[in-house]
Design a protein around this ligand. Structure first.
Ligand code: NVA
Length: 233
């Protein structure tokens, strides 16, 4: 009865099974492993703001290196031939499977994918600093404490932007973001763990390098483009 199905859920296997059997286009709107449609808006925004070709954009994800958005960005960067850094603690490095997939693509496109535990080293010279929430959908509430401890040193602050040594650097985030106490979860985490800002500080989120709302608008245009490209004549 439908011309297309967008799956936004948990299991990557579910969306793949749906695509195998549905007979109509299936769009992956977010799973616990991947978020491919987000990447199109993120890259388009970077290209528009930086006025650089995709292969010249240097992109760093700072935070949970196993995050669904980080996985998707890494594969996207590999396809586009970009330089892509995952800057994360040792315990949260991307899985070997994702790295192999990305490196396989990178061999053909010339992309450079690298993982750094040292934040200053990982962000130096980058054009885009990206982060995402520290606990993703489908993960248990119990992981908050461990994630805060592991990821607090990787919070995106003004110092991180300065460490890029790039005055034109931009900040991106897929949203929603926990940068203040204005959300229910933000308040709850503050009450439990005493932390006011999580993956990004409020001054960066609201600051002049932040392009997060431009990026959010580009979600609409890129999703429309995906629908046009896949719905047929
Ligand atoms: N990593 C986030 C992405 C939200 C768009 C989550 O899974 O909740």
């Amino acid at each position: 009865m439908f011309d297309g199905i967008e799956y936004r859920g948990f299991s990557q296997r579910n969306v793949e099974t749906l695509a195998d059997y549905s007979g109509v286009p299936v769009w992956n709107g977010l799973t616990d492993e991947d978020h491919p449609t987000q990447v199109l808006a993120d890259f388009l925004t970077a290209k528009e703001v930086l006025k650089k070709e995709y292969q010249d954009i240097k992109f760093a994800f700072v935070g949970d290196g196993q995050d669904n958005v980080s996985n998707a960005l890494m594969l996207g960067a590999a396809v586009m031939g970009m330089e892509y850094h995952v800057v994360c603690p040792k315990e949260l490095e991307p899985t070997r499977e994702t790295m192999e997939k990305a490196n396989e693509i990178a061999k053909k496109t010339g992309a450079k994918i690298a993982v750094f535990n040292d934040i200053n080293e990982g962000v130096q010279g980058m054009d885009v600093i990206y982060t995402d929430v520290w606990v993703s959908m489908g993960e248990a509430d119990e992981v908050w404490e461990q994630r805060i401890n592991l990821l607090k040193p990787y919070q995106v602050t003004q110092d991180v932007l300065e460490a890029t040594k790039n005055p034109q650097v931009i900040f991106e985030h897929c949203l929603p973001a926990f940068h203040s106490l204005d959300t229910e979860i933000g308040k709850e985490i503050f009450e439990k763990y005493g932390i006011r800002e999580m993956e990004v500080t409020n001054d960066v989120f609201e600051g002049k390098h932040s392009v997060v709302f431009h990026e959010a608008e580009n979600r609409m245009h890129t999703i429309k483009a995906i629908m046009v490209a896949t719905l047929g004549d």
